[in-house]
Design a protein around this ligand. Sequence first.
Ligand code: CAA
Length: 393
Amino acid sequence: MNSNTTMYQGWPEVDESKKLLIEQVRAFAEDKIKPRAAQLDATGEFPKDIIQALAEMGILGMMVPENYGGSATDAISYAMVLEEIAAACASTAVIVSVNNSLVCAPLTYFGNDSQKTKYLTPLAQGKKLGCFALSEPGHGSDPAGLECSATKVPGGYKIRGTKNWITNGKEADICLVFANLDKSQGYKGISCFIVDTKSPGYQVSKLEDKLGITASSTAQLFFDDVFVPEECLLGKPGDGLKIALNTLDGGRIGIAAQALGIARSAFESSKRFATEREQFGAPIAKLQAIQWFIADMATRLQGARLLTWAAARAKDLGLKYTKEAAMAKLAASEAAMWITTKAIQVHGGYGYTKEYSVERNFRDAKITEIYEGTSEIQRVVIAAQEFAALNKS
Ligand code: CAA
């Protein structure tokens, strides 16, 4: 029994059907994704065929009801699947995560029937890809002050403004855009619009050249008076910030799971290397310094994994899980950064080279402490929830 199997011990939600799904995704990730990861990282090529294959496995709309093209799985399965994909390739994992968590989820929760039929179904089936355009050059951690504007025009709205750090921005067919319809209302004027990226005026104005997750595009988008028909308003006018923050609660479980996969890859590589590499006449695994690294990696990884599953379980039970998701993302992303740093240390000079995947893991880990809310924002969210609970008691 390997450590990937024992990690489910004592977790009653992980029944045979979940194990089957995870085994299937793990086998695909090991055989088809992992061998390509270094090359994807080097070229920055979008893994179109891999995404297509994952779509055929039902992975692009995991929590979407079956009548809208999804797999109707739960959030725990989703987290486990993303961990498996991220353990092979972090870029692939974030492409999948954004489509599921940041695009399919808000359409599922806030869309009307015709929006679900027209937009959610092809996204869940993986026939189309989605992106989530909230952040702006001057508004990352503070989306309440976003400047992108929506103006009412006959038959719909015109959207104007710039969006930054948009995962899948280059390849997306459908973009959820947050724009302010009534700036006099402050954040209560923010609304969410479903935008077809083929609309005139939708421009990919810049592609970021990044430290990690290079095979996933991170775009700056410019909306040059993009016309959006009336029926593409998601939710009610002014609901936008709530939709965004509610969506990010779910997104943070996805990023936590991505961080777990990156960390697991570095951890497994460290164990293998430690048993093979000899110094002072014996494998370095015999040295207590290395054993302590391995023990701390294992503990931090499993601690973060249990927090991630706890957040997913709270979501599945229909409970408010804002704090749990923030804790999961905070713990998993910081564990990933720590584990990948120590993994390079275990590998010594080899770990600093591209010959070993820990070098890529280290670069990929960093973004998990930043996107979908920095670690500092997660602490703000956790503290706010703790004080709110105190005031209620
Ligand atoms: N769910 C639903 N609604 C929520 C909410 C949640 N989790 N949290 C707050 N709200 C609501 C509040 O109830 C409030 O509405 P009312 O006034 O009607 O009650 C409103 O939103 C504003 O709440 P706050 O005053 O608490 O909000 P704030 O402006 O102080 O911000 C914050 C709080 C935690 C800092 C929040 O802005 C935040 O999470 N910031 C980080 C944003 C982020 O993660 N950005 C990443 C973008 S996506 C990305 O990374 C790109 C990608 O492609 C991967």
